[in-house]
Design a protein around this ligand. Sequence first.
Ligand code: NAD
Length: 388
Amino acid sequence: MVIKPKVRGFICTTAHPVGCAENVRLMAEYAAARPGEGGPKRALVIGSSAGYGLATRVSAAFGYGTDSVGVFLEKPGSGGKLGSAGWYNNAAFEKLAREKGLVAESICGDAFSAEVKAQTVELVREKLGQVDFVVYSLAAPRRTDPVSGEVYQSVLKPVGDVFRGNTVNFATGELTQAVIEPASPEEIAGTVAVMGGEDWVLWMQALSEAGLLAQSVKTVAYTYIGPELTHAIYKDGTIGKAKEDLERGAAQIGELLAGKGGRALIAVNKALVTQASSAIPVVPLYISILFGVMKRAGTHEGCIEQMVRMMERMYRGTLVDEAGRLRLDDWEMESAVQREVADIWAKVTQDNLENLCDLGGYRHDFYRLFGFEVPGVDYSADVPDELI
Ligand code: NAD
């Protein structure tokens, strides 16, 4: 079958297995060229099939020789019926890691459920013995409470006031005003339940109770802060409330790990094109402007560059803010970068959009998430059923 991208709203409903595999190979090559010392030996990565979680797993495996178990939720490909991009990313990761002689095992299922936690505990026990690194990198629209069965939804809304701001449809290039009503108390609570720290704590408790946490274990989860112009929709919005709860979770886990000399860390990452961030109003326009500015400044990074830098900092112990958070958004937040972003933001109109913003770069990264527009891949070639 010849596979072409089919974009609907914020997602692409097709994925290219060969392109996804090549993406992962390029990430592995990047990490392997920057090996580190004193890193983790055995990792569990929750949310390992895409975005920051995949990049962390690749960075650990190929930069530090880390054995790993990954957990994700993806649609399998089978019998000529296409799976999701993360399915192919994971298959490519496992193949490359095993060729390098590493343990690379995965579970595809709902990480929020007690069943998947129990299965993972058994797999970690069997394949890794213990873990000294746990990455929590889920981005999900909903979560079913493992005890009550209640289904929580995550929403991307402002808190308190109506939000009005420019946003762009990156597929059509149409610039519009987004008007978003503030979230209700239930919506705030729902977003916190999905994207906050509760599930991370449950994972760490399950691993601790099973005796699977090694001495000096480190665990990390990811957040975003961003500049003032995104605050109403991000930092001060529903997702920001969830991220505050994630930090509360880090403190709770820190207490759990104290006896082992372990640490729970939050890394503040750069805004990047991933499936999760494409769905946030305002963010695609901000990212398009930011990417143009950072590319001109020579400081632009993608997920793998960010996570290689995160691992270096984590294992060299460089913590860069007062709250003990790893700041990988340092180059994004540089004042010269943010001044130029704010300047462009104030000037952008439909007519100058393509000139002032790196919308082409945004689209390219979006397509690459699904294995399209990857250099060196022949998209006119038939993809054999066994790869699908
Ligand atoms: P992503 O959409 O690229 O990946 C999400 C991962 O979660 C995938 O592996 C997916 O399979 C998994 N997942 C989703 N629901 C699941 C479920 N129920 N069970 C098991 N696995 C499930 O997301 P991302 O952008 O890499 O986000 C990861 C983290 O990084 C989030 O906490 C996000 O807020 C944070 N972050 C993202 C950005 C950004 O710009 N993308 C910036 C800073 C921080």
